[in-house]
Design a protein around this ligand. Structure first.
Ligand code: GLN
Length: 516
């Protein structure tokens, strides 16, 4: 079934092999017909993750980047949409020399070529490929067929299959292996046999459950891996190591350990010892699905581990603040306020109520993308006196302090047309931004269509909000120097935060909350 944690499993497998000194890269296959995740609603698939090259991709790529401490590109997310588009373009160009173009071999060849090319270009020793969806899905068939073919084409020991299944409990608490048996049977019908089975379960798999899976599914006992629920995703690599999975994988791939990396273990140990706690309110629009803000959640965690505190997130639905203005009082209980990225008018006023609260009460504030835009609007309304200040995304107004990027005028296509990916910002000497980053030039990832309208820079700065990070005429960072900690960015620092290298704004934000 979906939602089992295949992404975490894949990322964790990568991590345990990285710990042994190997260079790892990863590909996610999403068998949907969308070209990419850019147009998808976060309520359905969780957040849209953004890569340095501007690729808008599945959130699993975020797990890979964080667990492997690496940077990936759009080619690392294959979708049915991308594959078919390429095949159809080749057909139109006449590349198939008059042949009938079919799923096998043309689509499967395209899939295999792309996987091999990405693996080759990455220079990695090992490439993980995670196939999204489940075994029986119609959409997934060409991809499963492609990897089946690869199995025959690659040398033995160069490719292996890991099947992630669910071992549920029945009413009397017994671990049931039938679903695993059935899905392995379904795989075999497609000509695929797993080399290892990672069983997701509540509690560790019992020896007799392992025995049964091994017997019925024809995998060695040591290749039945218990992946029971962990308190935190960072513990999953250690759990797989305890199961001996690193050794089994290396044996099957004919590899010897090159080192015994302990960095991850040390990080988890540090995390386990933490006693202090801070509370942050996250004012969002998709708060019922925590995955919609996954990278922010992780970035707060990274910053917390470094600062020696847990960061508890209080999820607040922005609209709830609009409906009941007294609800803003809930913000009294927290140590800081975070307004994340977002789109559209729903909840925007509620987010601005929270921003106003943070500004007036001197509470640490972090605004990301839409969060920065709304902070600028709130400031223009209440400090500059432009009562009808707004974003042209949200309303028609005489004072569009947030306006469409000039290059967006006339752009009608929705997919892949925002200002996406890495751009530079030059910081103002001596500003909070400069202190946070410790350098004058930074590069961060973006995803937006609107920006601060340059016409309003002077009137806003005259009242005490400054733009301390810029890319020419483009405002990248807003801060209020007289405030304890008020930092907002047009970019998304959460996407480059790593357990090993927390994002500077998050690190500073958590520190400010601790101090408060
Ligand atoms: N909706 C805003 C824009 O398009 C902000 C986007 C975001 O927060 N990612 O500019």
């Amino acid at each position: 079934m979906s939602g089992l944690g295949k992404g975490i499993t894949a990322a964790s497998i990568g991590r345990i092999l990285k710990n042994k000194g190997y260079n790892i890269t990863a590909i996610k296959i999403d068998p949907y017909i969308n070209i990419d995740a850019g147009t998808m609603n976060p309520l359905q698939h969780g957040e849209v993750f953004v890569l340095k090259d501007g690729g808008e991709v599945d959130l699993d790529l975020g797990h890979y980047e964080r667990f492997l401490n690496t940077e990936l590109t759009s080619e690392h997310n294959l979708t049915t949409g991308k594959i078919y588009r390429a095949v159809i373009e080749k057909e139109r160009k006449g590349d198939y020399l008059g042949n009938t173009v079919q799923i096998i071999p043309h689509v499967t060849n395209e899939i295999k070529e792309r996987m091999r090319e990405v693996a080759r270009n990455s220079g990695a020793d090992i490439c993980l490929v995670e196939i999204g969806g489940t075994v029986g899905d119609i959409e997934g068939m060409p991809f499963l067929e492609a990897v089946r073919q690869m199995h025959g084409e690659e040398k033995g020991g160069d490719i292996l299959f890991v099947h992630v299944t669910l071992v549920p409990l029945d009413k009397i608490g017994e671990q049931k292996t039938k679903p695993t048996q059935h899905s392995v049977k379904a795989l075999r019908e497609l000509g695929l046999s797993p080399d290892a089975i990672v069983a997701r379960c509540k509690e560790p798999l019992l020896p007799k459950t392992k025995e049964k899976i091994s017997l019925f599914c024809d995998v060695p006992r040591e290749a039945v891996i218990s992946a029971h629920d962990a308190e935190d995703i960072h513990m999953v690599p250690l759990l797989l190591e305890d199961e001996g999975f690193d050794e089994y994988l290396m044996k099957k791939l004919h590899l010897k350990p090159k080192r015994d990396g302990r960095e991850w273990h040390e990080m988890v140990e540090k995390m386990a010892k933490i006693e202090k706690k801070v509370k942050v309110a996250l004012i969002g629009k998709y708060t019922e699905v925590e995955d919609a803000y996954l990278s922010i959640k992780e970035a707060l965690k990274h910053a917390g581990i470094e600062n020696g505190c847990m960061v508890d997130i209080v999820w607040i639905e922005a609209e709830s603040l609009e409906k009941d203005p007294k609800a803003v009082k809930r913000l009294k209980e927290v140590d800081g306020i975070l307004v994340p990225g977002g789109f559209g008018v729903r909840g925007a006023e509620g987010k601005m109520m929270a921003i106003q609260y943070a500004r007036e009460r001197n509470a640490p504030f972090l605004g990301l993308c839409f969060g920065m835009q709304l902070a600028v609007i709130e400031f223009a309304r209440n400090m500059v006196g432009l009562k009808d200040a707004n974003s042209s995304e949200l309303a028609q107004t005489e004072h569009p302090v947030i306006d469409l990027l000039p290059e967006q005028i006339g752009v009608e296509e929705m997919g892949g047309t925002m200002r996406l990916g890495d751009y530079e910002a030059v910081l103002k000497k001596g500003s909070l931004a400069h202190r946070i980053y410790g350098k004058m030039r930074i590069v961060e990832r973006h995803r937006h269509r609107y920006e601060v309208n340059p016409k309003y820079i002077d009137v806003i700065e005259a009242k005490g909000m400054i733009f301390s990070g810029r890319n020419k005429n483009r405002m990248e960072i807003a801060e209020i120097p007289s405030h304890r900690f008020f930092f907002a960015s047009q970019f998304h620092p959460e996407f480059t935060s790593r357990p090993e290298k927390p994002s500077p704004p998050f690190r500073a934000f958590v520190k400010a909350m601790l101090k408060k």
